[in-house]
Ligand binder design. Structure first.
Ligand code: GCW
Length: 720
C-alpha cells in the first residue's frame, strides 16, 4: 500500500480490486466520447479518462464514433445530434432542463451505451464526476436512470483569506491564492481546487476575508482576482469578493462612504464597471458591515437595507448580487447578543432589492459546537436568505480534532421553524420552496489552505466534501455522504468503511460533550479560541465566557425565557414554548435557554452537576473509542495517513481532558458539589489549568498576551 498524503482528496480513483463489480460492469466501460473542444468539455473528458483508467487499471481511450459496446457518451443535445441520428435517444436528451443532468443507459444501433447528458457544459462536467463517484464507490450500473439538479442556486465557499497570505481562523496553512505572483502565475493548486469543487457542485467562491481589506478592490488586486476567475470559469465557479464598506474612503479618499450619498453610489458604480471589465461573470459582493468593528451604513445613521440596496443597484445591470451578512451585534446595545440580528433585520424584511441575499449563520451566536437554529430562518419571508456554516474548526479543535460536521449541518437544515406550520424547515427556507425566494443560497467558511492535504486533518476533507454534497442536495444523509467520502478517499473495504463511518458519525457529539455539553456555549479561550476558557471575564462582555454560562452558587446557564432575556420569544410557536419550558426544552440546549439549579434532576436521573460530569467524561470516552477504532484499521490504511490520524487522535484525547479539567474544576467552584464516584478525576488543579497559555495560535493576526485575570468586564458594566 503506497503512502498517500491526501493531496488527491476524493479524486484518487485507485484500481478497483473488487472482483464482482469488475466482472459485472467493466464491459460497460470500454471508452469515452465527449465531442467538443471547450475548456469545460476538455476537463470533463480528462476527468473521465483519468478516473476510469485509474479505477479499471486500463487505458481508457476517447472515440469519435460509436464503434463498440461500452462507450460512455457525454454531451449536450447540440453536441450529440451528429452522433445520435436515429429517433428516440435525442428526444430523451432534449427534455433535460437548465441546471440538471441525466445519466442513462440506452441501446443505440444494437450497442449498449451510457449517456451523460445535460443542457449545458458545466452540468456535463457535474454528470461526469457523478458517474465517476458511482464507479469509485462500487455502485451498481444496471439500467442507470440518474437525474440530478441542485436544490440551491448559490453553493459558495467563503475564504477568510487575507491579502498577506494568512487566513483568519485558518488552520491548514496559508491562502491558496498566491496574491504576489498573480495574475502572471496561477498555481496548479488553483486548478486542482476548482476541480475538487466542481466534483461536488460548488459554484461560487469568495476569495477574501469578510474583514475585508479595501485593496481587494484596487486595480492591482482586481487583475489578480480576474486571473483566478479565468482559471475557475471552466469549472463553473464564479468569483465573488468581500468588500469593505468604507472602500471609497480608503481607496480614493472620498469624504464619506454614506450609502445615500450620490458621490458614494457613483464611486461604487464606477468600481462595478471596472470589475466587470475584468471579470464579466463576477458573482458579486459579500458584505460584513456594522459588525465587530467593520464599517457600515450605521456609521451614517442608515440601515442595512440602505447599504445593501445601493450596492445591489450598481451590480444589478451586470447580473451581480449582494450577499449581506446578518452577523451583527454590538456590546453597546443592552440586549442579549443572540437577539440582536433578529431585532435588527426583521423590520427590514421585504426592503432589500431582489438581488440581495441575507447570509445568516446557522446559529444566533457564532459557529458553536451546538446552537439552536438562527431565529431569522422563518422570520424574513420577503427576503432571500442564505445559511452560513463554518467548515474551518474555529470552535471545534482547529485542525487537530476529528469532527465530522455533516450531522451539525443536517441538524440545522432539518430544524423546523414552524414559520408556516410544521415542515417549515431551515432547508426549505434556503432552497426557496417555503417562500419561493428568487435567489437561494448556502455558504460555508472554507477549511482549505496550503497544507499538502488541503485541510490539515486527514478527516477534515470530509467536511469540505459533505458541505458540497449537502449544498447540492440537502436531503442526503450525513452517514451516506461519509460512506461516499471514505470509499473514494480511503477504501471500499467494508470493515474500513464501517469503522471510519462509526468514528465520523459520533465525532460531533463527542466534541459537544467534551467542550460545551447541555447547551453551554462560548466558553472557549479568549481571542484565539483555542481550548477552554470558562473563567474569561475581561474585555467587552459579549466576548467573555461568564456572560454566557452565568454560573453561580445556585446553578448555571443563560435564562433566555420571559424571566430573562426572552430570546426564546423570537421563535415561532410551538418552538418558542418548547424552548422556554425547562421541562420540555431539549436537554442538548437546556443551558442555552435556562439558568438551571445544580441539583435539578435530569432525564437520566442524575443531577445537573452529575450530568455535566457524565457528559465531559463521555466526550473523552468517545475520543478513546475513536482511537481504538482507528487502531483496529492498522495495516488497512496507508501508513502515512494512518500515523497522521493516530497522532492527532492522541492530541484530541489530551485536549478533551484539558477541556474537562478546565470546565469541571471551574464550575465546581460554584456548584460546591463533589465529583461523582466512578469518573476519572481531573489531572490538574484549576490554577494549573488556568496557567496554560498559547500565543501564536494559527488563524489570528495578533499574538494574544492574556490580560491579567482580574481585569473587569468592559468599563466594569454590569452583565445583562
Ligand atoms: O467567528 C467569528 C470569528 C471572526 C470572524 C467572525 C465573522 C471573520 O472569530 O474571526 O471574522 O466570526 O464571522 O465575521
Amino acid at each position: 500500500m503506497i503512502n498517500e498524503d491526501g493531496y488527491e482528496l476524493w479524486l484518487r480513483y485507485p484500481a478497483i480490486s473488487e472482483k464482482i463489480w469488475r466482472k459485472k460492469y467493466e464491459k460497460k466501460i470500454t471508452g469515452i466520447m465527449i465531442p467538443g473542444r471547450s475548456k469545460t468539455l476538455i476537463e470533463a473528458r480528462d476527468a473521465l479518462m483519468r478516473g476510469l483508467s485509474g479505477l479499471l487499471g486500463i487505458t481508457i481511450r476517447a472515440f469519435d464514433t460509436l464503434q463498440t459496446d461500452g462507450i460512455i457518451v457525454a454531451g449536450t443535445y447540440d453536441s450529440l445530434k451528429p452522433i445520435f441520428c436515429g429517433p428516440g435517444t435525442l428526444e430523451q436528451i432534449k427534455k433535460i432542463g437548465e441546471g440538471e443532468y441525466a445519466i442513462t443507459e440506452v441501446t443505440y444501433t444494437g450497442k449498449r451505451i451510457i449517456t451523460i447528458t445535460a443542457a449545458n457544459e458545466i452540468d456535463i462536467l457535474y454528470g461526469c464526476f457523478h458517474f465517476l463517484r458511482l464507479c469509485a464507490t462500487l455502485s451498481p450500473l444496471d439500467n442507470l436512470t440518474v437525474s440530478e439538479s441542485p436544490a440551491i442556486h448559490l453553493r459558495i465557499l467563503n475564504h477568510w483569506d487575507n491579502l498577506d497570505g494568512t487566513i483568519e481562523r485558518g488552520y491548514a496553512g496559508f491562502s491558496l491564492w498566491d496574491w504576489h505572483k498573480l495574475p502572471d502565475y496561477i498555481s496548479p493548486r488553483c486548478v486542482d481546487y476548482a476541480r475538487a469543487n466542481a466534483s461536488i457542485g460548488i459554484n461560487g467562491t469568495v476569495l477574501n476575508s469578510v474583514n475585508a481589506n479595501s485593496l481587494s478592490l484596487s486595480r492591482e488586486y482586481l487583475s489578480k482576482a480576474g486571473a483566478l476567475a479565468d482559471c475557475f470559469r471552466p469549472f463553473g465557479i464564479k468569483v465573488y469578493l468581500s468588500i469593505c464598506f468604507s472602500a471609497p474612503i480608503e481607496l480614493d479618499a472620498l469624504p464619506t462612504s454614506d450609502p445615500c450619498s450620490p458621490e458614494v453610489a457613483g464611486w461604487w458604480k464606477q468600481k462595478a464597471e471596472e470589475i466587470y471589465r475584468i471579470i464579466p461573470d463576477f458573482g458579486g459582493f459579500l458584505v460584513k458591515a456594522d459588525s465587530e468593528g467593520q464599517p457600515g451604513p450605521h456609521d451614517y445613521g442608515r440601515t442595512h437595507a440602505d447599504g445593501a440596496n445601493m450596492l445591489a443597484d450598481v451590480l444589478a445591470d451586470y447580473g451581480g448580487i449582494v450577499i449581506w451578512r446578518a452577523f451583527v451585534y454590538d456590546y453597546k446595545i443592552k440586549e442579549d447578543r443572540v437577539k440582536q440580528a433578529w431585532t435588527e433585520f426583521t423590520p427590514l424584511d421585504g426592503k432589500f432589492r431582489k438581488n440581495v441575499v441575507i447570509q445568516v449563520k446557522n446559529g444566533p451566536i457564532d459557529f458553536q459546537p451546538r446552537e439552536p437554529f438562527h431565529p431569522l430562518f422563518g422570520a424574513m419571508p420577503h427576503s432571500n436568505l442564505a445559511v452560513e456554516f463554518q467548515l474551518t474548526q474555529e470552535y471545534l479543535g482547529l485542525a487537530a480534532h476529528l469532527v465530522y460536521l455533516a450531522p451539525l449541518i443536517k441538524e440545522c437544515l432539518d430544524s423546523d421553524t414552524y414559520a408556516h406550520g410544521p415542515g417549515s424547515t431551515v432547508a426549505r427556507v434556503i432552497d426557496g420552496s417555503l417562500y419561493g425566494s428568487p435567489i437561494t443560497g448556502i455558504a460555508a467558511v472554507a477549511n482549505t489552505g496550503s497544507d499538502r492535504n488541503w485541510c490539515g486533518h486527514p478527516f477534515a476533507q470530509a467536511n469540505w466534501y459533505a458541505y458540497g454534497r449537502l449544498a447540492w442536495n440537502h436531503r442526503l444523509k450525513a452517514e451516506d455522504i461519509a460512506e461516499e467520502w471514505i470509499r473514494m478517499t480511503f477504501s471500499n473495504n467494508r470493515e474500513v468503511v464501517d469503522t471510519m463511518k462509526t468514528m465520523m458519525m459520533c465525532s460531533r457529539e463527542n466534541a459537544v460533550n467534551y467542550m460545551t455539553p447541555l447547551g453551554l456555549h462560548h466558553i472557549m479561550a479568549y481571542n484565539h479560541h483555542y481550548g477552554p476558557g470558562p473563567w474569561v471575564d475581561f474585555g467587552r462582555q459579549d466576548w467573555t465566557s461568564v456572560y454566557y454560562h452565568r454560573a453561580d452558587e445556585d446553578g448555571i446557564g443563560f435564562d433566555r425565557t420571559g424571566t430573562g432575556s426572552d430570546a426564546a420569544s423570537q421563535y415561532h410557536e410551538p418552538v418558542k414554548k418548547r424552548f422556554a419550558d425547562m421541562d420540555r426544552c431539549p436537554e442538548t440546549l437546556l443551558l442555552w435557554f435556562h439558568h438551571v439549579a445544580w441539583k435539578r434532576r435530569m432525564k437520566s436521573g442524575r443531577t445537573l452537576w452529575e450530568e455535566l460530569c457524565f457528559r465531559y467524561a463521555d466526550g473523552i470516552r468517545g475520543v478513546r473509542a475513536m482511537i481504538d477504532e482507528w487502531e483496529s484499521l492498522k495495516g488497512r490504511i496507508d501508513r502515512a495517513r494512518f500515523q497522521h490520524v493516530r497522532v492527532l487522535l492522541a492530541l484530541q484525547e489530551k485536549e478533551a481532558i484539558w477541556w474537562r479539567d478546565a470546565c469541571l474544576l471551574y464550575f465546581k467552584e460554584f456548584s460546591r458539589m463533589p465529583f461523582p464516584e466512578g469518573y476519572e478525576k481531573p489531572e490538574k488543579t484549576l490554577d494549573e489549568v488556568k496557567e496554560i497559555r498559547h500565543f501564536y495560535v494559527p488563524g489570528i493576526s495578533n499574538p494574544f498576551i492574556p490580560k491579567k485575570p482580574d481585569e473587569k468586564t468592559h468599563d466594569g458594566e454590569e452583565i445583562l
